[in-house]
Ligand binder design. Structure first.
Ligand code: TXA
Ligand code: MG
Length: 370
């Protein structure tokens, strides 16, 4: 039986919540990307997530709550951690921030991947929150894609990923953030960004300053980790270098390349079997037409290739619009079957552009050309 897509009427959301209470999986919209949700306190339900996604057991799940009072169901907040968690929750919840905290003993080890910590977030999407409330339990939900593939930002993308399953999918329309949440490891004196997202280092800094917490350090974990062994809990195992990967070879176009570990400078193959797709993810190029962009790429494109095509991922010249359009564009381009994809990343790399470069770097498996 193929996946079944439902809308967001009260009765449809009640059906979704009922399925979750019975230990089934349901794909739900959130403001970041679609999630593959299950009862976070049920080991057997969460095991189904890993099986359906073919996700390695060492990659922990994020748990979604609908009110701050549910936090104590899944995390243990010491007196040292409580103040900073309160401040961050007030500033960024509901929204795209996941806090990694000490896990409560009742959280199944399937969810924590044996790490003793738990990633928690309160989504902003009203449909996600309603389903959590109706199911009356926290929901574990990774992005609703096969392991290593592109996160889905529309219900149809989820259906395509799991076409051979009878998954129930709630269609809440396209996700308006478009990239996954910022994952932040919380300690009393240090916040470590494990995955970049729309909540940026600069936004975290501002909130610490406003709350007289300037002694709390912010660290950003290096973007790439290429050699993670299976079956051991690692600091943020989802940060595999090959992630968000389209089937088509992708290359970042960047003068000097990205200053990231694992970056590999390369050149395009001399003979390409098909056309080159140029993916414009840089709003600063919005004014330039395709020809002006292809002229800039003349040194990179091998001679004698078919004319290149241009796809702009943004509908307005902002980084937010790039984030919104990015994953859908990668999926579309991949289906068109070009010989390769040249990605023009946003510049300069700070704030949200850093989160976008992270996704693009992974889509390109670290390969760049100039
Ligand atoms: O926006 C999002 O975060 C979406 C939506 C559905 O909420 N979820 C999502 O989940 O992206 P997932 O599983 O695809 O990515 C979660 C990331 C992974 O890189 C995982 O390793 C990391 O968060 N993570 C989860 N729990 C963790 C923990 N306890 N410690 C360290 N990293 C953790
Ligand atoms: Mg994911």
């Amino acid at each position: 039986m193929p996946p079944r897509i439902l809308g967001t009427t009260q009765s449809e959301l009640i059906e979704a919540a009922g399925a979750i209470q019975c230990g089934e999986l349901v794909a739900i919209p959130t403001e970041t990307v679609y999630g593959l949700a299950a009862d976070a306190l049920s080991n057997t339900a969460c095991a189904k997530i890993f099986a359906l996604k073919r996700r390695p057991a060492n990659d922990p799940l994020i748990v979604h709550i609908s009110s701050v009072s549910q936090l104590s169901m899944v995390a243990v907040l010491s007196v040292d951690l409580s103040p900073i968690v309160d401040i961050l929750a007030t500033a960024f919840w509901p929204g795209p921030l996941t806090m990694v905290l000490p896990a409560a003993p009742c959280v199944p080890s399937t969810v924590t991947a044996g790490s003793q910590t738990i990633g928690v977030r309160m989504p902003r999407h009203s449909v996600a929150r309603t389903i959590i409330e109706l199911a009356a339990r926290p929901l574990a939900a990774p992005s609703a894609n096969m392991f290593g593939s592109i996160s889905p930002t529309r219900a149809e993308d989820v259906a395509t990923e799991f076409i051979e399953s009878d998954l129930l999918i709630i269609d809440g329309g396209p996700c308006n953030v478009g990239i996954e949440s910022t994952v932040l490891l919380i300690a009393e004196n240090c916040l470590t960004i494990l995955r970049r997202g729309q909540v940026t280092e600069q936004m975290l800094e501002a909130v610490l300053m406003e709350n007289a917490l300037s002694h709390v350090r912010i660290e950003a974990r290096a973007l790439s980790m290429s050699s993670i062994q299976a079956n051991e809990a690692v600091p943020s195992p989802g940060q595999f270098l090959r992630h968000y990967s389209p089937q088509t070879p992708c290359y970042l176009v960047m003068k000097g390349g990205p200053a990231l570990p694992g970056a590999v400078r390369t050149t395009l193959p001399a003979r390409l079997n098909g056309f080159v797709m140029v993916l414009d993810c840089n709003p600063a190029l919005a004014e330039l037409g395709p020809d002006a962009i292809f002229t800039r790429l003349a040194d990179i494109l091998p001679e004698g290739t078919e004319p290149a095509q241009l796809l702009r991922v943004y509908s307005a010249p902002t980084l937010e619009a790039v984030a919104q359009g990015l994953f859908g564009a990668l999926r579309r381009v991949d289906r068109l079957g070009p010989a390769c994809i040249l990605i023009l990343p946003p510049e300069p790399v700070r704030g949200l552009a850093g989160a976008l470069l992270d996704r693009l770097f992974r889509a390109a498996s670290g390969h760049w050309v100039e």
